[in-house]
Design a protein. Structure first.
Length: 372
C-alpha cells in the first residue's frame, strides 16, 4: 500500500479537479481555489500535520499548487486540461477507502501517455451520474475523448443509457470498470473476478470445517451480486445451500450513513436477526468487515474464536482492524493501470475484450476452524 502522504496527495488532486470543474460548470473558469488550511486537512483526512505537509510538497513539485507566505496553498488554474486529450472518470466515491490506490495507478498511466483527466464523484446516485453525463455531452470547451465509468447501482439497468449512447455517437470512447450495466452489454468493461472470489472464500471456509456460513453484500452493485453468486455456488457444491437464509444485504443509503455517521445499525440488526447461529461470515469488502468486527466486539462476540470473518479487497482497513482480516484481493494493484491502458486503446481505435483482474486469498487472523 502506498504511503499515507501519497494517498493524501491523490485525494487533494481529486479535490482540486472537482472544484475547478465545478467552476467551469458554473461558468467561473477563472476562479481561484484555495485549499483548506493544514489544520483543517488534518481533521478532514485524519492524518498528521507531517503527512499533510509532505502531500502538499508533492503537489507543489508537480506544479499543481502554489504556496503563498502567510496566506495558504492555491491551485494552479486549469489543472489537467490540455486540449483534446481529456479523459472523464466517474466514480462513486473519493474517500480514503480504496479509490486513492486505483486513481493513483490510473492517473499515472494516463499522464505517461500524455492524457489529462478529470474525476467526477457520483455518490452512487443515478441523478448525479445523469447531471455529469449531460455536462460532458454539452461541454464544447474541453470535449472528452474517453470516459471511464464505475456506474451507479449497477445491479439494475441504467436509465442513463441514452446519454452514454449520445456520448459514444459524439466520438467518446467508453469503458466501464468494476461494474457494468445489463442494458449496455456492448460497452467494454474491466472488473474484478468477483464470482471466483466468492467461490474461493466459500470453499476456504468449508475447508476449515464451517457448515453455518453467512454473508453481507451490497444490494445495489453488480460486483456484490457476482460475489454472492460465487459464494452460493460454493455452498451448493458443499451441499450447504440452506445457508442462503444467512445472506444479508445493505444499500447505498445505509453505506453512506456508516461512512458519515458511523451508523452501524444495519450490521447490528443482521447480527441479531440473521447471523445469530453462523460460525463464519463473508463480507463484500474490508470496509464492511472492519465495522462488523467492531460491532461484534461490542456484543462480546470474539473473532475468530466465536465467528470467523473474511472479505474482499485489501485496503489499510484489513490491517487496521483489531483482528487482521483474511481477504481475497488482487495479486497486484493493476485494475487502475488496466483501465487506463484500455481506454487509451479504445481512443486509438482498438478494441478490448472483457477483462477480469486475477485475485488471491490472503490468510490473516480473522479466520479459523469453528469451535468444537
Amino acid at each position: 500500500m502506498s504511503a499515507k502522504y501519497i494517498q493524501l496527495a491523490s485525494q487533494l488532486k481529486n479535490l482540486i479537479n472537482q472544484k475547478q470543474q465545478k467552476n467551469q460548470y458554473e461558468k467561473l473558469p477563472g476562479a481561484v481555489f484555495q485549499l483548506p488550511t493544514e489544520a483543517a486537512l488534518c481533521q478532514m483526512y485524519h492524518v498528521s500535520r507531517q503527512t499533510v505537509r509532505k502531500a502538499l510538497s508533492v503537489l507543489e513539485e508537480e506544479h499543481l499548487i502554489q504556496k503563498r507566505q502567510g496566506s495558504g496553498s492555491y491551485a494552479v488554474p486549469n489543472l489537467h486540461q490540455n486540449g483534446g486529450n481529456q479523459i472523464a472518470v466517474l466514480i462513486s466515491s473519493n474517500t480514503e477507502y480504496i479509490y486513492p490506490r486505483l486513481l493513483a495507478d490510473f492517473c499515472a498511466t494516463l499522464q505517461k501517455h500524455g492524457f489529462s483527466w478529470t474525476v467526477y464523484v457520483t455518490e452512487n446516485q443515478i441523478s448525479k451520474e445523469r447531471e455529469i453525463l449531460q455536462f460532458l455531452l454539452e461541454n464544447q470547451e474541453t470535449p472528452v475523448r474517453g470516459i471511464v465509468s464505475e456506474g451507479c447501482k449497477t445491479s439494475l439497468p441504467t436509465p442513463n443509457d441514452d446519454l452514454y449512447q449520445h456520448l459514444i455517437q459524439k466520438g467518446a470512447a467508453l469503458l466501464f470498470f468494476r461494474g457494468s450495466y445489463s442494458n449496455l452489454p456492448k460497452i467494454p468493461s474491466i472488473k474484478d473476478d468477483n464470482y471466483n472470489g466468492g467461490y474461493a472464500l466459500g470453499t476456504y471456509l468449508v475447508s476449515l470445517g464451517h457448515r453455518k456460513i453467512g454473508g453481507i453484500f451490497n444490494t445495489d452493485d453488480v460486483q456484490s451480486a457476482e460475489q454472492r453468486f460465487g459464494l452460493l455456488s460454493a455452498l451448493r457444491d458443499a451441499q450447504l445451500l440452506n445457508c442462503d437464509e444467512n445472506l444479508c444485504g445493505f444499500d447505498t443509503h445505509q453505506l453512506a450513513a456508516l461512512r458519515r455517521q458511523q451508523d452501524t445499525g444495519f450490521l447490528s440488526g443482521f447480527l441479531s436477526r440473521q447471523l445469530r447461529s453462523v460460525t463464519a461470515i463473508v463480507c463484500c469488502n474490508d470496509e464492511i468487515a472492519y465495522w462488523l468486527i467492531k460491532e461484534m466486539s461490542c456484543k462480546n462476540i470474539r473473532v475468530p474464536e466465536d465467528v470467523s470473518v473474511v472479505c474482499f479487497d485489501c485496503s489499510y482497513l484489513s490491517d487496521l482492524s483489531a483482528v487482521q482480516i483474511t481477504h481475497y484481493a488482487p495479486e497486484e494493484h493493476d485494475l487502475g493501470i488496466a483501465a487506463a491502458e484500455s481506454v487509451i486503446n479504445l481512443i486509438k481505435g482498438g478494441s478490448i475484450s472483457l477483462q477480469k483482474s486475477p485475485w488471491q486469498l490472503v490468510r490473516k487472523r480473522s479466520s479459523a476452524p469453528p469451535a468444537v
